[in-house]
Design a protein around this ligand. Structure first.
Ligand SMILES: C[S@@+](CC[C@H](N)C(=O)[O-])C[C@H]1O[C@@H](n2cnc3c(N)ncnc32)[C@H](O)[C@@H]1O
Length: 252
């Protein structure tokens, strides 16, 4: 393992959130956050613009830090003949994703259980690369972005969403409560309440990791600059996910 890989794995797997105990919490948070599904919809819409599913059914897609599979699952339905790689180092995330893929009988997704730094990236391998709320951990981010740029085919889509702002755990809990009072996801909220303590502990640990500078925090403008510096053409750039993250639609 070279110095970059050692740094990347230490910064991601040993700091911040304990991802192996997080899959249920990840899906619970997604269920309570309509903005999460807006990002899934944005992936579907932007990928259709780049690659018409009728005319380009055989696209090659890689999702970096694919988690419990929500983005891969959605895009696999849009491109049933695509070849999709779900890249994710955390076994329990992968087990939960596998259940979803099996439920939907999706046979075109391969789960690769590895961190970003161990994957053998080939030049111009992918039509679509997805990376949602994972890049901030893959330090140094500029080196990571350059690897992704090289791995993307010319004319391909890099769909990236990244938590750039400092997490404020209490803000999320007020937001969930506010939605529940308004009748948004109220039943899911009540079911989730017993797990809020665990969620708060993980969220605090994540925000501490941001304070220590182990995870990349950025403004929308800084995010765009980093993508441009890596060589990408940024077609669209905007804050998303309750303004905690940025979304960029990039190509090469
Ligand atoms: C916030 S979750 C996002 C999951 C998914 N993209 C989503 O939005 O639902 C971050 C994911 O990155 C994964 N991860 C952590 N270190 C990683 C690494 N070095 N390479 C790839 N993925 C990593 C975690 O296991 C976790 O599943």
């Amino acid at each position: 393992m070279n110095k970059y890989e050692q740094h990347a794995s230490a910064a991601t797997l040993n700091a911040g959130i304990d991802w192996d105990s997080y899959p249920v919490l990840l899906d619970m948070q997604a269920d309570l956050t309509p903005e999460y599904w807006e990002n899934v919809d944005a992936l579907l819409e932007n990928s259709r613009t780049f690659f018409d599913p009728e005319r380009n059914p055989n696209v090659r897609i890689c999702d970096i830090g694919a988690g419990t599979g929500n983005f891969c699952r959605a895009i696999a339905h849009q491109y049933p003949r695509a070849s999709i790689t779900h890249l994710e180092p955390t076994p329990n995330m992968n087990a939960r994703a596998r259940q979803k893929y099996d439920e939907d009988r999706l046979s075109n997704i391969s789960i690769v259980e590895a961190p970003f730094a161990s994957y053998e990236w080939q030049p111009e391998e992918w039509d679509i690369i997805v990376c949602v709320n994972t890049l901030y951990m893959l330090t140094p981010h500029q080196e990571t972005l350059q690897k992704i740029f090289t791995a993307l085919k010319p004319g391909g889509l890099f769909f990236v969403v990244d938590f750039g702002r400092k997490q404020v755990p209490s803000d999320w809990f007020w937001y969930f409560l506010g939605n529940a009072v308004k009748g948004i996801n109220t039943w899911k909220y009540l079911k989730a309440v017993p797990r809020f303590g665990k969620m708060a502990t993980q969220a605090k640990s994540g925000s501490q990791t941001q304070v220590e500078g182990l995870w990349w925090t950025h403004t929308t403008e800084e995010f765009g600059e980093a993508l441009t510096e890596a060589g990408f053409t940024v077609k669209d750039l905007k804050p998303c996910y309750r303004d905690y993250a940025d979304m960029a639609i990039c190509t090469r």
